[in-house]
Design a binder for this molecule. Sequence first.
Ligand code: INI
Length: 174
Amino acid sequence: MAGVIEGELRGEGLRFGIVAGRFNDFITSRLLEGALDAFRSHGVREEDLTVVRVPGAFEIPVVARHLAGSGRFHAILCLGAVIRGETPHFDYLCAETSRGIGSVALETGLPVLFGVLTTDTVEQAEARAGGKSNKGWEAALAALEMASVMAKLSDVKSPRSNPSGTSDFGFRTS
Ligand code: INI
């Protein structure tokens, strides 16, 4: 039987940093509310949630990097809204923002979640930032799951440090 490591959606004792762009605030504030609701309803304490607002999506990665390097958080959640109709720089902005956020995760080894909407129209953005379907909520659940997965992975002993070849989960690692 294969050993399977899966995250749980339990927020007790976990700390999250949230970086949210102010550009298109009528969308990003809804994503932020969705994310905060998701964290609170899964047991994350108010004092374990830190929100940093930044001007726009382009500024998200540098703040995410700062928070990720602080050692204070189990995961960082990035929220923003880039809407094509409003900028000729849409493709550059989306590419830079996603590349930057992905780099922070790989560089720091911390889960850094991508909750940045990239849509063609305002209507599409609104549909993803509503009460029923809210990408902020969804990204917060992914943050909870990833924080749990990473905690479990850090418990798995490598074969080198664990010559018996048995993990904490009872399955063989070598
Ligand atoms: N920032 C966004 O988050 N969304 C956008 O749609 C957007 N548009 O359309 O330009 C946007 N621009 C601002 C950008 O993120 C930076 O804040 C700005 O260029 C200063 O660096």
